[in-house]
Design a protein. Structure first.
Length: 363
């Protein structure tokens, strides 16, 4: 499939005149990079375990905002999160000897479920390190999906803490590490979400909103969308207290946060990946940040249109879409938000309902 966005070509020079080759080399590198990820996404092995999720209209939210809104329902995956795509694509691409050693990963919970399901499907032994702050529903699901192939280890309060512990265990046991986000095969697996959106929505599309933790979903979706339909904006969304990508893009380099908020536990990442940062810096149109009240209101908005409850990270894109729509003017836009997951402890609903009611009363 040819790329649709043109690359800048330097003006021709007179015969015998010296010229700078760097623009040609930069253009070639940019083409090669985009073409590589397009190929990786188109050939990703995700559908052995993942399903193509629906792109559903959100009529109530559309009427409220005055824009046409669709929800990409990744909360309907077998593990109730998009993360199964990247986890399985990475593990399915590993050589047999790497799988035979066993695998290890660190995750806030959703990637862990993807690795557990992949381990069970591929018959691979796995150790999965999960922060102690992870919702119990996620921890229980990891054990259920992995069965006897998976050992769950609880360590630290955030993903970054769990990651450090997982690296230590990897070195001790000689296991193969499965990154949660900073890996081309993981990014390509998540990028299939963008591929499906563009296949399902053939008409005019103004922007796609993507939640960001470590950045694999945003990187993959942006790389695909910008290769195929560069006029469509791809906008990341983070919480104000876990905004490592937003801070990093503003600084022009990766920034490590001292602490992260845990309400949106699925995106509580102190430092984004090197490759995810590079791709987001190159392809993402921007990052919005939202607070906890906006997240709770977005969970309610999604429920009103779908009768489904998503986790806080799963509502991030809708919260960002609403913020964007509020300043977009009167023209009706076509907007897509990825509802990325639905793994939330039931007792969290009380907080969500209380805060959503406060936000609703303040409108």
């Amino acid at each position: 499939m040819p790329l649709t966005h043109p690359l800048a070509v330097p003006q021709a020079v007179a015969l015998g005149q010296s010229f700078d080759a760097e623009p040609f080399e930069a253009a070639h590198d940019a083409w090669s990079d985009a073409d590589d990820y397009l190929r990786r996404i188109l050939t990703a092995r995700v559908y052995d375990v993942a399903r193509e999720t629906a792109l559903e209209a959100a009529p109530t939210l559309s009427a409220h905002l005055g824009h046409r809104v669709w929800l990409k329902r990744e909360d309907h995956q077998p593990v109730f999160s998009f993360k199964v795509r990247g986890a399985y694509n990475k593990m399915a691409s590993l050589p047999a000897d790497a799988l035979a050693r066993g695998v290890i990963t660190a995750s806030a919970g959703n990637h862990a479920q993807g690795v557990a399901l992949a381990a069970a499907r591929l018959g691979v032994r796995a150790i999965i390190v999960v922060p102690q702050s992870a919702p119990q529903v996620k921890v229980d699901a990891v054990r259920a999906h992995g069965g006897g192939m998976v050992e769950v280890v609880l360590a630290g309060e955030s993903y970054s803490d769990a990651f450090d512990h997982a690296l230590s265990l990897q070195q001790q046991h000689g296991l193969t590490f499965i990154p949660a986000f900073d890996d081309p095969d993981v990014i390509a697996g998540q990028g299939t979400v963008g591929m499906e959106i563009l296949r399902q929505h053939r008409g005019p599309l103004d922007a796609v909103f993507v939640p960001i933790g470590g950045g694999s979903l945003a990187a993959g979706v942006a790389a695909y969308v910008k290769a195929v339909r560069p006029e469509v904006q791809v906008i990341g969304v983070q919480t104000e207290d876990s905004c490592a990508m937003a801070r990093s893009l503003a600084a022009g380099e990766r920034v490590t946060l001292d602490t992260v908020g845990l309400f949106s536990d699925g995106t509580a990442v102190k430092r984004v990946g090197e490759e995810t940062f590079r791709l987001c810096q190159k392809y993402l149109d921007g990052v919005l940040t939202v607070d906890t009240d906006a997240l709770c209101a977005a969970i309610k908005d999604i429920f009103q249109d779908t009768r489904s409850l998503v986790e806080p990270a799963g509502a991030l894109a809708v919260a960002g879409l609403k913020q964007y729509a509020a300043t977009a003017g009167n023209a009706s836009l076509a907007l897509v938000a990825i509802t990325s997951g639905a793994n939330m402890n039931f007792d969290r609903l009380r907080i969500v309902a209380e805060r959503a009611e406060v936000v609703g009363a303040a409108r």
